[in-house]
Design a protein around this ligand. Structure first.
Ligand code: F6P
Length: 497
């Protein structure tokens, strides 16, 4: 049976009749887990769509794939290894869980030692890394900022000196700890920045800049070669992918800045979502249902993008984080067995914060010709102590946008006509604490994985980023004559001989 065909040819209802036909639609299409309420009722999925997707999921072996993911199976086929980020949260093979615990003890030991002054008087932390080695820590630091951080921490990723210089101007080199986060310990941007920061420390009179470096990596031997003492290297397992690594020692700067307890809460929240993903039947499994929605809009309705709007400043970096998670994982055009993928892979993920985005990009969402499934996130407990109007205004705006997208409004003036029937999902968090945020991020990881299984692709490699790196290296090495005429001209214009 071709389940895709059944999904693609099934008649589709508009949203309003789905609500009219079933007074229990909201109850049936909403779920709760770990302090997060997920409302899928404003999507076009009905019981027939869900049933067909459940059959597809069964056919694709999703249940066994989840089992394999969470028990150390060799699920990253192209690189011949497991993907053990859930092991960091205590859900995985015995070896991965034990190993993660040992490495975390080591990380906590170093947090404590630094707190107790083992590296001198530290007030500032510069966390260098890029992609998964920066986006996760930066998201967590911004989201969980508690107002009385133990250290002032800057995450720097870009090779652009404009990202580095303002931090160096602000920080006191004598009280700065440099954290180098790189799974491979080879990434060009991170190491140029590391050189600039250590040079700055030396120029400022720090006697032993290398004594103030902590390395977070899956390649500890490379960190030793780079000159970092073994006692300040926090390894993590090679089987934890870069964009899934915030749970590992890559989270060191978060634990140091906000305290190890918050980090533990984060892991505990993620483990709750892992357990749900492992145990819940597909018709109750929240990441799986979210993936059904993603596939429905991308394959059946031809949506090429998905927009995420956080109605909470603290979650402002979530769209960036999700871009890497989803697009680096599922932006592929081959199946896990190397054959071509004959349908769209990951949608393009974009978004921003509400209410800002309402006054900038929502025009297209309400009246544009593209159909964009929208995801709203909001938090019931405010993150500030200002007047209640702020939070009421924020949340009610969020809910109003979902309602307006769905309802639309008819007008004889075509300029003022709103077609409506535009789908959205809303995630309403009770509070933004470590546990809820951990569960939220794990939800997105598992949704990405479920999407990959439905498509039949391997979400754990990223060969697509290599060619650009190679060509940048060739240009840096002066091999410009191998480039096309346009690229040569650009290079010569920027850097005349
Ligand atoms: O170039 C892509 C990538 O490899 C990402 O997958 C990764 O998160 C990022 O670069 C940083 O890599 P590393 O942690 O090895 O420095």
């Amino acid at each position: 049976m071709d389940h895709w065909n059944a999904i693609e040819t099934q008649p589709v209802s508009t949203l309003k009749p789905l609500f009219d036909a079933d007074p229990d639609r909201v109850a049936k299409m909403s779920f709760e887990q770990s302090g997060i309420y997920f409302d899928f009722s404003k999507t076009h999925m009905d019981s027939a769509v869900l049933e067909n997707f459940q059959k597809l999921a069964a056919d694709k072996g999703l249940f066994d794939q989840i089992e394999s993911l969470t028990s150390g199976g060799t699920i990253n086929i192209s690189e011949g290894r497991a993907a053990e980020h859930t092991g960091e949260r205590g859900i995985g093979s015995e070896t991965s869980v034990e190993n993660a615990q040992l490495l975390r003890n080591r990380m906590q030991g170093l947090v404590q030692a630094i707190d107790e002054g083992a590296l001198g008087d530290i007030e500032y932390i510069i966390h260098l890394g890029i992609g998964g080695s920066a986006l996760g820590p930066e998201l967590l630091l911004k989201a969980l900022k508690i107002g009385d951080e133990r250290y002032e921490t800057a995450v720097i990723s870009n090779i652009d000196g404009c990202a580095v210089e303002p931090v160096l101007e602000r920080f006191d080199a004598h009280k700065t700890l440099l954290v180098i986060a790189s799974k491979s310990f080879t990434t060009a941007e991170t190491f140029l920045n590391a050189r600039s920061v250590t040079d700055w420390m030396a120029e400022q009179g720090v006697s032993d800049p290398f004594g103030k470096i902590v390395a977070l990596t899956a390649m500890p031997e490379k960190a030793v070669e780079w000159g970092i003492d073994e006692s300040r290297i926090l390894p993590f397992s090679e089987t934890v992918g870069g964009r899934y690594s915030l749970w590992s020692s890559i989270g060191f700067s978060v634990a140091l800045t906000l305290g190890s307890e918050i980090f533990d809460d984060l892991l505990a929240g993620a483990a709750e979502m892992d357990q749900h993903f492992k145990d819940a039947p597909f018709d109750q499994n929240i990441p799986v249902i979210a993936a059904f929605g993603d596939q429905y809009y991308s394959q059946v309705r031809g949506c090429e993008t998905r927009a995420v709007f956080a109605y909470d400043e603290r979650l402002g970096l979530l769209p960036d984080y999700l871009q890497q998670l989803e697009m680096e994982s599922n932006g592929k055009s081959v199946l896990a067995d190397g054959k071509p993928l004959d349908r769209h892979s990951s949608p393009i993920v974009w978004g921003g914060v509400g209410t800002d985005a309402q006054h900038a990009v929502f025009q297209l969402l309400h009246q544009g010709t593209h159909l964009v499934p929208v995801e709203f996130l909001a938090v019931i407990e405010p993150g500030h102590s200002l007047a209640a109007e702020h939070h009421q205004g924020l949340l009610l705006n969020c809910f109003a946008q979902g309602a307006a997208l769905m309802a639309g409004k008819t007008s004889n003036d075509s300029n003022r006509n709103y077609p409506g029937d535009r789908p959205s999902t809303t995630l309403l968090l009770d509070d933004l604490d470590g546990r809820t945020l951990g569960a939220l991020i794990a939800f997105y990881e598992h949704r990405t994985f479920a999407n990959a299984v439905l498509l039949g692709i391997n979400p754990f490699d990223q060969f697509g980023v290599e060619l650009g790196k190679e060509m940048a290296n060739a240009l840096l090495a002066g091999d410009g004559n191998q480039m096309d005429a346009s690229t040569e001209t650009l290079k010569n214009r920027a850097f005349p001989a």
